[in-house]
Design a protein around this ligand. Structure first.
Ligand code: GLU
Length: 477
């Protein structure tokens, strides 16, 4: 039975890399009919951010990633929040100390600082110098009994090669001399990541650990801890780094990295999920658009690449546009309505639907519906200068003033009627239709580009279109 977990530390927003980790765990669990677990790793109180857990839960829900066990759902091996499991870790740390796999360390922060600086000055990687590693049991015990502040450190074996297999990367080897005598329990009794993580993975019967490449250097420590406890380690799969277009590590400086940013900018969750699924996973099909069910059916860890995956913003935009086109106008209405309300646009559902139908093929994100063509909601307050220079002159104004009564007399106000009126007028005056179309567009929208003019006028309606043309004729020089 496959059991996987997503184990975020609640430190603020949800990074797109975390979304990918959560997604791959979810897909893997669903593909194998296994269990997807959410575990909150909040033992580092210095990094804890108020509200981060709630935000993470909301973000997962928005993205459609569900958990079978976790802080909200509960489950047989809870609690699923590490700060609620604190006593457990001390017990296991004591077991390690008793077995000689860990030891108390009494070094002060000042001493550690001096050691670190000396190592840095000598150009060697800073590591604990193992000062307390060989204290006798009696000495450590009496210092603890006297209330001396201490941490518990892992006793990393000397001169060993630590080997493990990674599903994505194959066989991996670390020399134990590169591994620090890691702190497992801090002086305040809180466990550090490594101990809490493996104790929980063991107790929660995790079969596969699927996480980002940045955790690869932690894995030999975990492998040693599993061996120290005599537990069988889970299988490991480390996902490739996410990169900027220039192949540097994905960073905030080069664009949005928070899932919440994409949500707030109006990306559709299924589009973002589809996009994120392809960051490192290589489906056998050439097709790029996958529903969640197709992803579940096709996903496997064997087809995840080792090399970094470029987070291509253009591709995301393209994908989002594809998803927008696939939605029905009625589905889009539900998503666009709140955006219109935010901007205080007062319009009926019917009107908004006609705007959506007109714009659906042209927009890339949801807010485009209300921002791209704000003239559907408010009359233009400025007019594109270059377009005006080209198409707004005395002659155009005279013609428009002559045409306006025909608009007023129109009995129907739809695309074909409007087209007939304008074309007939142009022919009668031996003009090309463009000579009329451009000034009308300028007067009604202020913009030089947009959907077809007759369609646009039909949406905006008779009274409002005429009012705007009239206003431009009076006020636009
Ligand atoms: N809490 C770690 C994180 O924030 C979990 C790493 C792991 O999956 O082991 O990513």
């Amino acid at each position: 039975m496959v059991r996987v977990r997503f184990a975020p530390s609640p430190t603020g927003f949800v990074h797109v890399g975390s979304l990918r980790t959560a997604l791959y765990n979810y897909l893997f669990a669903r593909h194998h009919g296994g269990v997807n677990i959410l575990r909150v790793e909040d033992t580092d109180r210095t990094r804890y951010v108020e509200g981060a857990v709630e935000n993470m839960l909301r973000t997962m829900e928005w993205a459609g990633i569900t958990f079978d066990e976790g802080p909200v759902t509960g489950g047989p091996v809870g609690p699923y929040v590490q700060s609620e499991r604190k006593e457990l870790y001390s017990k296991y740390a004591a077991e390690l100390v008793a077995g000689g796999h860990a030891y108390p360390c009494f070094c002060s922060a000042e001493r550690l600082d001096v050691v670190r600086k000396a190592q840095q000055a000598a150009g060697i990687p800073p590591m604990y110098d193992r000062h307390c590693r060989n204290l006798t049991k009696e000495e450590s015990e009496s210092r603890i009994a006297a209330g001396e502040s201490h941490v518990i450190r892992m006793r990393v074996p000397i001169g060993e090669l630590i080997r493990f297999h990674d599903i994505i990367r194959g066989d991996i080897e670390f020399d134990s001399k590169t591994i620090d005598d890691q702190v497992l329990i801090k002086s305040d009794g809180f466990p550090l990541y490594h101990l809490a993580n493996i104790v929980d993975d063991h107790l929660m019967q995790i079969t596969h650990v699927i996480r980002g490449e940045e955790w690869l250097p932690s894995t030999p420590k975990h492998v040693l801890l599993y061996a120290a406890f005599g537990w069988e380690p889970p299988k490991f799969a480390h996902l490739p780094l996410l990169l900027n277009a220039d192949r540097s590590k994905l960073s905030k400086r080069q664009g949005d990295v928070a899932v919440e940013d994409y949500r707030d900018k109006g990306y559709l969750p299924d589009a973002l999920i589809n996009f994120v699924a392809l960051l490192g996973w290589n489906p056998s099909a050439t097709e790029e658009i996958f529903t969640i069910d197709q992803l579940i059916r096709d996903f496997d860890l064997e087809r995840v690449n080792k090399g970094g995956a470029v987070f291509g913003r253009d591709k995301l935009d393209w994908m989002n546009a594809e998803y927008m086109r696939k939605k029905s106008p009625e589905e889009l209405l539900i998503l666009v309505r709140p955006l219109a309300e935010n901007r205080k646009y007062v319009v009926s559902d019917e009107y908004l639907l006609s705007v959506i139908r007109t714009m659906q093929e042209r927009v890339r994100t949801l807010p485009d519906f209300v921002d791209f063509a704000s003239y559907f909601f408010v009359p233009p307050t400025d007019y594109e200068e270059k377009y005006k220079q080209k198409h707004w002159n005395a002659e155009a104004k005279t013609r428009l003033a002559e045409l306006l009564p025909r608009f007023g007399a129109a009995e129907k106000w739809d695309h074909d009627t409007l087209e007939a009126i304008v074309r007939t007028f142009a022919e009668e005056n031996s003009l090309s239709a463009g000579k009329m179309i451009h000034p009308i567009r300028l007067a009604v929208t202020g913009r030089g580009m947009g959907p077809g003019l007759f369609e646009l006028l039909a949406v905006i309606g008779k009274a409002e279109s005429i009012r705007r043309i009239d206003h431009a004729l009076r006020n636009l020089a």
